[in-house]
Design a protein around this ligand. Structure first.
Ligand code: TYD
Ligand code: MG
Length: 455
């Protein structure tokens, strides 16, 4: 077969050129040309090949006649993983799993394949590790007796041929950056290679109904190496989060065509693989024997789950002309804003203070419900006065010094009560109509009310 000619395409305007150039001849953009697979003459559509080509044209159906029950979900056998997937794995779906090296992607997927209990119908394609390394891990996990099929291969054409022969129900490609296609000349891991190989694998999944996991590496900048385009091609994007130093691993859904986004799964890495953490609130609270200044517990919402986390602040005299404002796990802009609100509406000046805020346990809280916790933690540290240990807070602080409600106030309060907290300071609109047993609630509408509530 004659080798197809190489083609370069501009990512800005889509113009193609037979040779690489620094500047696109059509639109004049710089460094936008990258290699693409030349369009096949028939069948397989173009670059991003339509999944329903002319070959197997489908009849039109009325929306009302399509029943959602047709989406059968297979539980993975790991509850926390099912939660982020939206209740189980959907046949024909493609799930991209990203995360730092060594965070546990391969471990989780090996455990999942075995946990699904369909060993003989599971195919694990490894491009990074040898079969011996996979076997070593399986031994460590106590899963060595499993019947899952392994394949050490990086050429996508061979992977697809094997998949067509084995007809697995679940397939893992670990990792997409090691896979290459013959159609392109660039090296594995190059943007064009990753994109084209992934497109071929996705097409295969859609055509055969195999549920496909793609492992993707994360670059130093924190994005999936190579193309964000991968995120558009797949159905679900999951990221591993968490400190390398901590033994807890969080998996978050960033995109999910079959479930809610921002759903969080919590795991602990043990000497026998990843173990589910069913009660995550317990692990993100650091238990102090004595109350300490600058620490307050808040209830945040991760997806649909309320989570108790400890927010810490240290406000200390600065010797710098430009005092430091540093936030870990919380929004930096929010911190600057809250300090301004505290000054204007609370009469508290911090221009000569360094301010550090942190969420314990490597969690990231991006919602505005953390505002009130940050403010109270900073006040507590500044005044060197402790807050009650059985106190929880949440609420958004507005620029006018008002305390605004946040979503799911009831769920948050119930979670706090469940963990034995006795007092809560919450936005007035979040206060429950019926009292919650064991929880004394202080509703607040203005910043000064919240500040005086902890005096
Ligand atoms: P791995 O799944 O290989 O990470 P990734 O595929 O994301 O690169 O996980 C490797 C790390 O996990 C490694 O540092 C060792 C640790 N680990 C355990 O602590 N316990 C175990 O049972 C296993 C299998 C790995
Ligand atoms: Mg790996």
């Amino acid at each position: 077969m004659a080798k197809a000619k190489v083609l370069y395409s501009c990512s800005a305007c889509g113009a193609t050129s037979p040779k690489w150039m620094g500047q696109c001849g059509d639109c004049g953009a710089w460094n936008t040309l990258s290699e693409v697979a030349p369009a096949a003459p028939t069948g397989r559509g173009g670059r991003f090949g339509g999944f329903a080509g002319s070959a197997g044209a489908q009849p039109v159906q009325r929306l009302a006649e399509v029943s959602p029950e047709d989406v059968a979900r297979t539980p993975t056998g790991i509850g926390e993983f099912d939660r982020v997937l939206g209740g189980g794995l959907v046949p024909g779906s493609v799930v991209l799993i990203g995360g730092d090296p060594g965070i546990g992607k391969s471990t989780l997927l090996l455990q999942t394949l075995v946990g699904m209990g369909r060993d003989g119908r599971a195919l694990y394609v490894t491009g990074e590790e040898s079969l011996q390394q996979v076997s070593l891990r399986a031994h460590r996990l106590g899963l060595a007796a499993s019947d899952i099929r392994l394949l050490s291969e990086t050429r996508v054409e061979n992977i697809l041929a094997t998949a067509a022969k084995e007809r697995p129900e679940v397939m893992v490609v670990d990792s997409i950056q090691t896979v290459y296609t013959e159609e392109l000349q660039s090296a594995p891991g190059a943007v064009a290679q990753v994109r084209e190989s992934a497109a071929q694998l996705v097409r295969h999944a859609k055509q055969t109904g195999v549920a496909l996991f793609l492992v993707g590496h994360v670059t130093k900048e924190g994005t999936l190496a190579g193309p964000r385009v991968l995120e558009h091609m797949v159905d679900t994007v999951l990221y591993f989060e968490g400190d390398a130093g901590s033994r807890y691993r969080l998996i978050r859904a960033f995109k999910n065509r079959f479930g809610a986004v921002n759903e969080l799964g919590v795991f602990a890495m043990t000497d026998r693989g990843l173990r589910e953490v069913n009660n995550p609130s317990a692990i993100f609270l650091s238990r102090h024997d004595e109350p300490v200044p600058g620490s307050v517990v808040m209830v945040t919402l991760e997806g649909s789950r309320p989570l108790l986390v400890e927010v810490q602040a240290l406000v200390d005299e600065s010797h710098l002309g430009n005092p430091r404002r540093i936030s870990t796990g919380l929004e930096h802009n929010r911190l600057a804003m809250l300090l301004a609100v505290l000054h204007r509406h609370g009469g508290v000046a911090t221009f000569d203070q360094d301010v550090f805020v942190n969420v314990v346990g490597g969690v990231r809280v991006t919602e505005t419900g953390a505002d009130l916790a940050m403010v109270l933690a900073m006040m507590s540290s500044l005044r060197n006065r402790t807050l009650a240990q059985d106190l929880v807070v949440f609420g958004e602080v507005g620029l006018a010094g008002e305390i605004r409600p946040v979503p799911s106030g009831q769920e948050r309060l119930h979670e706090a009560a469940k963990h034995g907290f006795k007092r809560a300071i919450v936005p007035k609109a979040n206060a429950p109509r019926q009292p919650i047993e064991g929880l004394q609630i202080t509703p607040v509408t203005r910043l000064h009310e919240a500040l005086s509530a902890v005096e």
